[in-house]
Write a protein that binds this ligand. Structure first.
Ligand code: ATP
Ligand code: MG
Length: 557
C-alpha cells in the first residue's frame, strides 16, 4: 500500500522542472537547530528533503541553523550528524552552518539599515511585545523607529562591539506595524546575547534571529525548494520581504504538515524536559521518540524510511497512529531477524524419563522468512526452563498449554506430558513441573501426533542469564499534547512504561550477541541488544511485540 501517486510537493517540483524555473535544478536542505536530538518528526523532514533530491537527481544540504548560543551545543551537532547518516542519507561535502554566514548576515543587516529598512530599537523585550498589538489590533510604532541611517549604523556597530548589555538594544526590520500579519510588524532581526557560541566562540555578541538567518541561508546556498512545516506559512511574506529588499536570489518555500504521533510528544522543548527532569534515562532512552532512542530500542532505518514513505506529505495536520510505525517495524524485522528461544519468567521443567547426563542437539531453523539464514543446534536436556505463563495448575477451558495431564510440543524438540508439579508452600508459586517425554515425537520425524500448543524452552544447564527490558507507551493517553486532558504533559506519563526482568534464560547461541544485534524471541517479540550489556550479562530491549494491531485499526475506520 505504498503511495505511488505524486504528492503535492512533487507536483510543484515537476512543474518547475518543466518550466525551467530554476534551470532544471532541484536543491533542498534539512536545517535542524542543534538544540536537542532529532525525533521521528525530523525523520519525516529528512526523508522528504533527501528523498526529493534523490528522486529528481538534485542535491540536499545538511545545515545547522545555529543562531542561538543559549540553547545550542556541540553534543547535539554530533548526535544529529550521526542520526541523519544512520537513517541512510548523504550530504557529501555540503555540511553547512548558519554561523558560517554570520559576517555575511551582518553585512545584509547593515545594508538594510542603509536602505532605511532597519533600525536600532531601545524598547525592552516586554515593551516590544506590548507595542506589537494583537491579531485584531494594529501595533504601535516604537519611538526609536525614525532614527537616522547614520545613528542606526553607529548604534548597530557598537552593539557588535559589545558596548551594550543584553536586552538594551535590538535591530528591527522596518516594515509595517499595522500589517495584518504580525510577523511583518517590525520583527527583531538581531539581538545581543553575551554567551560564547559553540563554533564562533566569543567573536560575536549579537546574533541574527532565526527569521532573518533562515531565508538568507537558503538563498546563499541556492536552495530551490525550501520545504518546511505549516507554522512557517505566515513567515513566508517576511522571508520574501528580506530577499526583495536585499535583491537576493529567491528559493521557493513550500509548507507541509508536521508529523504528530499518537501516545507521543514531538516537541524538542518537551523532550528536553523529559530528559532534564529525569523522566527518562537520556535522549537515547529506548522509550523516547528520538532517532537515537529508536535506534537503541532496535528500530531499523529501513522501517523508519518505509514509515515516512507511507505517511506521505499533506497540507493538513493530523495524528498518525503509533501502530502504523510499529507495523512498518515488524514488517522489516520479520524479514531480517533470526529466531531464538528466551524464557522471560522461567519455571523449571524436569523430564523424568530423560537420562540425567544426556545432551541432545536439536536442529532449529534460524529464520523461516530467509532461506539463506540456515540452521543452528540447540541443546536439549533433562532439565529445562519454560515460561511461568505457559503452565496452569487449574486451567480454564481455552488454555491449551501445559497443565496436569496435558501434552504440548517443545519447539524443535519433543512432545512432553505434565505428570506432576511442585509449589512453594509460602508463596503458592509453581517451582517445578515434572513431565515425561515421548521419544518418538521428535520434530521432523514422521510422528503424526498432534498437540494444540508449542512452547519455547531453554535447557537449564546451557542457559545464559540475561536481562530484558520491556517497554510500553511513554504516555498513557493518545494525545498528551491535549491541554484539556493533560494540563501538564508530564502528568500523562505512563507509570508502567518500563519493566525490567533480571532473571531471564536464553539459549546459548546468544552468547556472542553484540549491542545492536536484533532477534525475534519466539512467541515474545523482537528484541535488540542494549549497549548497557557487559561481558557478564547481556541486556535486551524489547523493540516491539509480535502482535500487529495496525490491520485491526485500519479496517475499523
Ligand atoms: P521542535 O518543534 O521539535 O522544536 P523544530 O521545528 O523547532 O522542532 P528544527 O531543528 O528547527 O526543530 O527542525 C528542523 C526541520 O525539521 C525543520 O525544517 C522542521 O520544520 C522539521 N520538523 C520538525 N518537527 C517536525 C515534525 N514533527 N514533522 C515534520 N517535520 C518536522
Ligand atoms: Mg525550528
Amino acid at each position: 500500500m505504498k503511495q505511488e501517486t505524486k504528492n503535492f510537493i512533487e507536483k510543484i517540483i515537476e512543474e518547475d522542472l518543466e518550466t525551467g524555473k530554476y534551470g532544471g535544478r532541484v536543491h533542498t536542505r534539512f536545517p535542524p537547530e542543534p538544540n536537542g536530538y532529532l525525533h521521528i518528526g525530523h525523520a519525516k523532514s529528512i526523508c522528504l528533503n533527501f528523498g526529493i533530491a534523490q528522486k529528481y537527481g538534485g542535491l540536499c544540504n545538511l545545515r545547522f541553523d545555529d543562531t542561538n548560543p543559549e540553547k545550542e551545543e556541540e553534543e547535539y551537532v554530533r548526535a544529529i550528524i550521526e542520526d541523519v547518516r544512520w537513517l541512510g542519507f548523504d550530504w557529501e561535502d555540503r555540511l553547512y552552518y548558519a554561523s558560517d554566514y554570520f559576517e555575511r548576515l551582518y553585512e545584509c543587516a547593515v545594508e538594510l539599515i542603509k536602505k532605511g529598512k532597519a533600525y536600532v530599537d531601545d524598547l525592552s523585550a516586554e515593551e516590544i511585545r506590548k507595542y506589537r498589538g494583537t491579531l485584531t489590533e494594529p501595533g504601535k510604532e516604537s519611538p526609536y523607529r525614525n532614527r537616522s541611517v547614520e545613528e542606526n549604523l553607529d548604534l548597530f556597530e557598537r552593539m557588535r562591539k559589545g558596548e551594550f548589555d543584553e536586552g538594551e538594544k535590538v535591530l528591527r526590520a522596518k516594515i509595517d506595524m499595522a500589517s495584518g500579519n504580525i510577523n511583518m510588524r517590525d520583527p527583531v532581526i538581531y539581538r545581543i546575547i553575551k554567551k560564547p557560541h559553540h563554533r564562533t566562540g566569543d567573536k560575536w555578541c549579537i546574533y541574527p534571529t532565526y527569521d532573518f538567518a533562515h531565508p538568507l541561508s537558503d538563498s546563499f546556498e541556492g536552495i530551490t525548494h525550501s520545504l518546511c512545516t505549516l507554522e512557517f506559512e505566515d513567515h513566508r511574506p517576511l522571508y520574501d520581504w528580506f530577499l526583495d529588499q536585499l535583491e537576493l536570489y529567491h528559493p521557493q518555500q513550500i509548507e507541509f504538515a508536521r508529523l504528530n504521533l499518537s501516545y507521543t510528544v514531538l516537541s524538542k522543548r518537551k523532550l528536553t524536559r523529559l530528559v532534564e527532569e529525569g523522566h527518562v534515562s537520556g535522549w537515547d532512552d529506548p522509550r523516547m521518540p528520538t532517532i537515537a532512542g529508536m535506534r537503541r530500542r532496535g528500530y531499523t532505518p529501513e522501517a523508519i524510511r518505509d514509515f515516512c514513505d507511507r505517511i506521505g506529505v499533506a497540507k493538513a495536520n493530523s495524528i498518525v497512529d503509533f501502530e502504523l510505525l510499529e507495523h512498518c517495524l515488524r514488517d522489516d524485522l520479520n524479514k531480517r531477524c533470526p529466531r531464538v528461544m528466551v524464557v522471560l519468567n522461567p519455571i523449571k521443567v524436569i523430564i523424568t524419563n530423560y537420562p540425567e547426563d544426556k545432551v541432545e542437539y536439536v536442529e532449529a531453523i534460524n529464520n523461516p522468512e530467509d532461506p539463506n539464514a540456515g540452521t543452528r543446534e540447540v541443546p536439549f536436556s533433562r532439565e529445562l526452563y519454560i515460561e511461568a505463563d505457559d503452565f496452569m495448575e487449574d486451567p480454564p477451558k481455552k488454555f491449551y498449554r501445559l497443565a496436569p495431564g496435558r501434552e504440548v510440543r517443545l519447539k524443535h524438540a519433543y512432545i512432553i506430558k505434565c505428570e506432576d508439579y511442585e509449589k512453594d508452600p509460602e508463596t503458592g508459586r509453581i517451582t517445578t513441573v515434572y513431565c515425561t517425554y515421548d521419544p518418538e515425537s521428535k520434530s521432523g520425524s514422521n510422528q503424526q501426533k498432534k498437540v494444540k500448543a508449542t512452547l519455547h524452552w531453554v535447557s537449564a544447564r546451557h542457559a545464559i542469564d540475561v536481562e530484558v527490558r520491556l517497554y510500553d507507551r511513554l504516555f498513557r493517553v493518545p494525545n498528551p499534547d491535549d491541554k484539556k486532558e493533560c494540563p501538564d504533559f508530564i502528568d500523562c506519563l505512563n507509570p508502567d512504561s518500563l519493566k525490567i526482568l533480571t532473571n531471564c534464560k536464553a539459549e546459548p547461541s546468544l552468547k556472542n550477541a553484540r549491542p545492536g544485534d536484533r532477534f525475534q524471541f519466539l512467541r515474545l517479540g523482537y528484541f535488540a541488544v542494549d549497549p548497557d550489556s557487559s561481558e557478564e550479562k547481556l541486556v535486551f530491549n524489547r523493540t516491539v511485540t509480535l502482535k500487529d494491531t495496525w490491520a485491526k485499526i485500519r479496517f475499523k475506520i
